[in-house]
Design a protein around this ligand. Sequence first.
Ligand code: MRU
Length: 362
Amino acid sequence: MTASESATSSATDDFTPIRYADGVLYVLDQRQLPAHETWVECRDEAQVADAIAKMVVRGAPAIGCTAAYGVAIAARRLAAAGAGARAFRAGLDEAIERLRATRPTAVNLFWALAQMRDAAAVALTGGTPGDAAAALDRRALAIHAEDVAMCKRIGAAGAPLLPDDGTVLTHCNAGALATGGYGTALGVIRAARAAGKRVRVIADETRPYLQGARLTAWELVRDGFDVTIIPDSAAGFLMRRGEVQCVVVGADRVAANGDVANKIGTYQVALAAAAHGVPFYVAAPVSTIDFETPAGDAIPIEERAGTEMFAHTGADIAPAAAHARYPAFDVTPADLITAIVTDRGVVRPPYGDSLRRAVCDA
Ligand code: MRU
């Protein structure tokens, strides 16, 4: 991977953290925000996998789009090297396995890789590896464009749920940075503002990676929103004082029964919301729904290295001899979720039936 710094791009609904041109993927390095806007260049699938594993790019839908481009890049390389159909298939499988192994919780990764595998199989039926590489380029671009379109539909579906004048709390970053563009939870907030609502945002800082403070605040400030960062531990206190009218978060995986895996800390926010009668909404595209996983307990939860807990912006914040654990996600049970806002509309409990109807009847 090589990196280059760019001037601050302007605020727009069309912002994307991933750009693809001529077989090269450029991803905005989210580890550097808000201090630096650095774009990292990925020229092979190993670099793409590294960018996902090291959280250069993060957020479930953005990981899916990135992985799709990783497969397209591998396909170009294999076709350019003159691989025959069998070697092309084997090389592609290897690239897909490498990308699959990067992060375990966000199901969009596996969804996008399955889409790419299917597209390759279709293209290779009667086509050459060169045809398949071209088809995979087009499929990756389409997955990215579809993701943005899904976010905009989520926004349109969810905007009516937000108060005409009020404060929305969000956790982690489920915005343009976490998707192909526009965002899921932040897409709902963007669409509500576009519909004329006066929405103020509270962003949980989201320790330890600080997706809320660094990323959600960055993109909302850039777009002229009123955003206030709070310590994660302040959410319940502010709800008790009536300062939060609703919660909107994203999701890494929605199980068939409506249980939702999202960034660690989401479950506590949902518990506090339930205790204070604050509506708790999850915004996610259908690519985040996993009907193969019956309930939240079966969702694989990533445990990142405890060492990520020991330093904060370069300074030691804990004694090195202490133990540390960093479960990166938690599961919010379906009964704490007021509604799930999808690109196919707003889905309400009981989710076992309503999720299937939303996806299958569309
Ligand atoms: O570890 P991250 O930053 O990839 O976790 C991201 C989240 O938990 C997001 O809320 C989720 O992926 C939804 S993004 C639209």
